[in-house]
Ligand binder design. Structure first.
Ligand SMILES: C[S@@+](CC[C@H](N)C(=O)[O-])C[C@H]1O[C@@H](n2cnc3c(N)ncnc32)[C@H](O)[C@@H]1O
Length: 369
């Protein structure tokens, strides 16, 4: 196996450079944005750390082997030569997922079956469709890349959010949008339509110096060479601090506010957050220095209808323009027409980002005053 191992941090398409910047700031080796993610490298403790510490990544893949195969028998032979015992444990079930593109091997199911068989027959681990450990085989132009998913359940599942609202933002996406807005943890954040509280809780966690993966399990805990004591020591090494700023979430829906409050408490940041049930019309800036308003209002295709939404966006824009002089605004929506209906002085919009079957964009403004 190569040392250090090549790693691929899966990113929401469109936000690869933002994740690369986070990985660079957190000390990962030479992170390079490429379509769909960020390439870096590291040993196993770096793989654990990537899962534990990166807020923007969706998962962390370990590139395990790369070879050419023109037909299934060749794939079978080469897969049997790999040192599976260096990464997998004979007592833990695995599952192989395959994709084929522009290759002589075109049947992904047959390719996955060859690799599954190579693993069971050389190492003895059982193959199961429900296995937590996933080996990914990608065949592209006859080049086979075998990766191991070190993450398991996607990283946006931080492990302390049972209560979600109607259209929650994924935590890793929320973290990348906060970063794009220049948030570093030191300023007040207000989300006037906070739903389940994702932006507010992510912001409070950043400000508190908490690791996003502190409460959950990962697939790498089931792999060969995992060292539980070293892992526990890594988790205990968070540089926690008491935030200097506070984090505010509002929503007109009482259920959303109950969920946000519970979610923040479970995440351990309840003391730094304040949630209140109120409509946009009642929004006032909290006392103290100006900061960041970040909001993901409803957009037509998901909830509500577009005509009614024009007045919601219009009201939001008016309140922000009249009461939030000196603040920055980040607004995430799938509908540029609605963003413009706020009348806010938008900069050029960011890239479109796939989210829940829609393409959303971050719009940013700085309010004069
Ligand atoms: C797309 S959801 C926000 C999801 C949130 N970012 C999350 O991660 O859960 C939009 C939210 O706006 C709230 N909302 C809609 N109109 C509102 C208004 N006029 N005042 C306050 N909240 C409103 C809805 O109740 C809903 O929770």
């Amino acid at each position: 196996m190569p040392d250090p191992l090549p790693l691929f941090l899966v990113a929401p398409p469109g936000l690869e450079p933002v994740l690369a910047a986070e990985a660079c700031e957190k000390g990962f080796a030479d992170p390079q944005p490429v379509p769909g993610g960020v390439e870096t490298s590291g040993d196993w403790p770096e793989i654990w750390r990537a899962n534990l510490a990166l807020r923007g990544a969706a998962r962390v893949l370990v590139r395990f082997a790369e070879f050419r195969a023109m037909h299934l028998a060749q794939l079978d032979k080469r897969a049997r030569k790999l040192d599976w015992g260096a990464v997998l444990r004979p007592d833990r079930p695995v599952r192989v997922e395959a994709t084929c593109r522009k290759s002589r091997i075109y049947h992904a199911g047959a390719a996955a079956q060859r690799v599954s068989r190579a693993i069971t027959e050389t190492l003895g681990c059982p193959v199961s469709d429900t296995a937590e450990i996933v080996v990914k085989l990608r065949i592209d132009d006859d080049l086979c890349t075998i990766s191991l998913d070190s993450t398991g359940e996607a990283l946006h599942k931080r492990g302390h959010k049972p209560a979600v609202g109607k259209a929650p933002m994924r935590e890793n996406l929320a973290a990348l949008f906060l970063r794009q807005c220049g948030f570093t943890g030191s300023e007040t954040v207000v989300d006037p339509m906070c739903g389940s509280g994702t932006f507010v809780i992510e912001a409070a966690e950043v400000a508190s110096g908490l690791f996003p993966g502190r409460s959950r399990r990962f697939a790498f805990e089931q792999l060969a060479g995992f060292q539980p004591e070293e892992w526990e020591a890594m988790k205990a090494g968070a540089r926690q601090r008491v935030p200097q700023a506070r984090f505010f979430g509002h929503d007109r829906d009482a259920g959303a506010i109950r969920s946000s409050t519970q979610n923040a408490a479970r995440a351990g940041v309840g003391a730094h957050c304040a949630f209140a049930c109120q409509p946009i019309s009642a929004l006032e800036p909290p006392p103290g220095a100006s900061g960041l308003v970040i909001v993901n209002p409803p957009y037509g295709a998901r909830i509500g209808n577009r005509k009614a939404l024009f007045s919601v966006y219009g009201a939001l824009g008016q309140v922000l323009r009249e009461r939030f002089a000196g603040w920055r605004v980040g607004l995430v929506t799938s509908d540029g027409g609605l963003a413009k209906a706020t009348g806010l002085p938008w900069q050029a919009p960011g890239p479109t980002v796939a989210h829940g079957g829609l393409k959303v964009t971050l719009w940013q403004a700085r309010l004069g005053g």
